[in-house]
Design a protein around this ligand. Structure first.
Ligand code: FES
Ligand code: FES
Length: 188
């Protein structure tokens, strides 16, 4: 007789990067595993699995969430944006552009999470000081310790977003409409 606990499945419907998915999952499945293992969106990384590093950060209904701290069933009915959906190769999100222009990454492992956290930070503080950027990103850890350039990248994005006057939303929507996008953070 099989293990009944592991055979229980519940339906979950999530809108991920503008595309709707309905899947049956175990109640204990974490959102990060839904994204990576079920939906194949491996741009969201797992660094610690214990809510420390922020590598798994995604946007849930627009707010940055560490996806290893949330059950997939808790995201039922929510809109999730991952690094694959925030911009595209042709139309980078300003934060992605900032990381490119200011060399905001080294190994790139933390980058998807940092970009998602920065996008939420700029949503809340469109014109942050360097101190506010550091404070806003304290939940994401870069093991390469490239914080100085990360701050420069986010500041670049803030200036870019201010001057673009709405272009950001257009860029993000373009990626969502297609249900596709780039792996905005390098993984190697
Ligand atoms: S993997 Fe989620 S915080 Fe580290
Ligand atoms: S760039 Fe290597 S962990 Fe952040």
């Amino acid at each position: 007789m099989g293990d009944l606990r592991s055979s229980v499945q519940v339906p979950v419907t999530v809108l991920v990067n503008g595309r709707s998915y309905t899947v049956d999952v175990e109640p204990r499945l974490l959102l990060v595993h839904l994204l990576r293992d079920v939906l194949g969106l491996t741009g969201t990384h797992i660094g610690c699995d214990t809510s420390q590093c922020g590598a798994c950060t995604v946007l849930v209904d627009g707010k940055a969430v560490k996806s290893c701290t949330m059950l997939a069933v808790q995201a039922d009915g929510c809109s999730v944006t991952t690094i694959e959906g925030i911009g595209s190769v042709e139309n980078l999100h300003p934060v992605q552009e900032g990381f490119w222009e200011k060399h905001g990454l080294q190994c790139g492992f933390c980058t998807p999470g940092v970009i998602m956290a920065a996008a939420d930070l700029l949503r809340q503080h469109p014109n942050p000081t360097d101190e506010e950027i550091r404070e806003g990103l304290e939940g994401v850890i870069c093991r390469c310790t490239g914080y100085q350039n990360i701050v420069r990248a986010v500041r670049y994005a803030a200036e870019r977003m201010q001057s673009a006057d709405g272009e950001v939303e257009v860029a993000a929507t373009a990626g969502l409409d297609r249900g596709e996008g780039s792996q905005g953070g390098a993984t190697s």
